[in-house]
Ligand binder design. Structure first.
Ligand code: SAH
Length: 457
């Protein structure tokens, strides 16, 4: 079924912030309303109206546009490989969520066994990680802890997957404030919110963000002799020769060869351009001492939403009288600044972020250095990042894998368990053990050295 969105087109003559940009097409449909059938049309219209848009606006629309966004319209982690785009650690093995459950049990012990806790997950996907985590926590704490689960999820499709996983047949209640809740299979309250602003800033919050920060929109900048300038997304007809270099079109690259430019498969309507003058976004690197010493020609990526989310997470952690914490798991450099890392992911392959907007997953490296700085500025205690393989071993993944191999029903099952273990901890190409990193954030004034980060019980 075709989804249709009706948008009123404003009259021509609105303020255009980028009138000095070279553009190939300025015609706007003269009718007042137009029916859009895909995200490209909406983005094209937006750019023709206001001029090039920030890279972060493009990325956000592609991911969570209510009708045509990537996450809002599908389950990207579908078990059917033809329709899935990527796979995450909790979907590879139940042991991943179990280790996170053990971690939270150790935190709970070290923090004086608070009677009531709240597990909060940002971007829970299919709900597998939180399911395995609370199952393990409940078993270890012998059901003595009263807890609720809060899931921050923008996608109605994934909310439904999470409900099925955690609550079985129980349907969702729509609450007066527009959020939802239901009882889990073990009778605990599970509350779904669309933004972290709906989470109560009281009590002990144990927060998990696994592959959430990489889905937040980033902005790209270049330092010029006149100061920081922002990369913006512009629209052209496909057959028009674009700027000679468009690094954003190819992830993890800073130049494109002439041969690649001639490749029709790499010609997209959308492409990036460097703003010739200051934009509201160019004040972000300008005012941050972290970027001051970088030479002219440097290119950087900044995630402004990581800042707002981290500030809220810090407030949630600091609300628990010294108990609580956050575990962030993602990919990205431990202490250097990411450059040009936005990539599209489709059917387990990397593609250009300009390929088929809204139908391709977009993500960018997480700047762990930036996260550390933000949490420390909120007076939280930060530990890590440590590599996933090391963290999982420290939490006992080797022992748990042996146990599962021992009780496996067939040789085939044994091999699957071992393969999953190697994928999670391995540090070779294609494995996840060194690419993914764990960062622990503890409340202000906490003296605890968390398990997995050099501490012990
Ligand atoms: N943590 C899961 C899924 C990772 S995919 C796993 O590891 O399997 C990213 C998740 O973040 C999805 O659930 C997606 O819908 C959600 N998401 C992306 N952007 C979001 C936003 N702005 N607000 C809330 N959820 C978001």
């Amino acid at each position: 079924m075709l989804v249709r969105s009706r948008i009123t087109i404003p009259k021509l003559g609105r303020w255009r912030s980028f009138s000095s940009f070279p553009r190939c097409l300025n015609k706007i449909d003269s009718s007042k309303t137009k029916t859009y059938t895909n995200l490209s049309q909406i983005l094209e219209f937006a750019i023709k109206t206001t001029g090039p848009i920030p890279v972060s606006s493009y990325m956000k629309q592609c991911l969570v546009h209510p009708e045509f966004g990537y996450y809002t319209t599908r389950d990207p982690l579908s078990p059917i490989s033809e329709t899935s785009d990527f796979i995450t650690s909790p979907e590879i093995s139940q042991t991943f969520g179990e280790m996170i459950g053990i971690y939270h049990f150790t935190m709970w012990l070290l923090q004086g066994k608070p009677k009531e806790v709240r597990f909060v997950e940002f971007g829970p996907g299919k709900g597998t990680l939180i399911f395995d985590c609370i199952r393990t926590f409940e078993r270890l704490s012998k059901g003595t802890v009263s807890y609720e689960v809060v899931l921050v999820e923008a996608s109605p499709v994934l909310r439904e997957e999470q409900r099925k996983k955690l609550c079985g047949d129980t349907s969702l209640n729509v609450l007066e404030d527009g959020t939802w809740d239901a009882k889990t299979l073990t009778g605990k309250r599970c509350h779904w919110v669309e933004t972290e602003l709906d989470i109560k800033k009281t009590g002990t919050n144990y927060i998990i963000a696994h592959e959430f920060f990489d889905a937040l929109p980033v902005q790209q900048y270049e330092k010029t002799k006149d100061g920081w300038r922002e990369y913006m997304v512009d629209f052209s007809e496909k057959n028009v020769i674009r700027a000679k270099t468009d690094p954003l079109a190819l992830p993890n690259r800073t130049t494109i060869t002439s041969k690649e430019l001639e490749n029709p498969a790499l010609r997209f309507n959308f492409h990036s351009v460097l703003s010739p003058h200051e934009t509201p976004g160019s004040y972000i690197p300008k005012n941050n001492p972290r970027y001051e010493a970088l030479p002219v020609g440097s290119r950087i990526e900044i995630c402004p939403e990581a800042y707002t989310y981290s500030k809220h997470i810090a407030a949630l952690i600091n609300s628990g009288s010294g108990a609580g914490g956050c575990l962030i798991v993602d990919y990205g450099p431990a202490d250097t600044v990411p450059i040009n890392t936005i990539r599209g992911i489709k059917n387990h392959k990397i593609v250009s972020p300009f390929d088929d907007p809204g139908n391709v997953d977009l993500s960018a490296d997480v700047d762990f250095g930036q996260l550390k700085q933000i949490f420390e500025n909120q007076s939280c205690q930060v530990h890590g990042p440590v590599e996933q393989g090391d963290w999982l071993h420290e939490m006992g993944l080797g022992f748990r894998t042996d146990q599962l191999v021992h009780i496996a029903k067939s040789e085939n099952d044994k091999q699957k368990i071992i393969k999953a273990y190697k994928r999670l901890v391995g540090k070779s190409h294609g494995d996840m053990g060194s690419i993914y990193k764990f960062l622990a954030v503890l409340p202000s004034g906490s003296q605890i050295q968390p398990v997995g980060f050099g501490g012990s019980l």
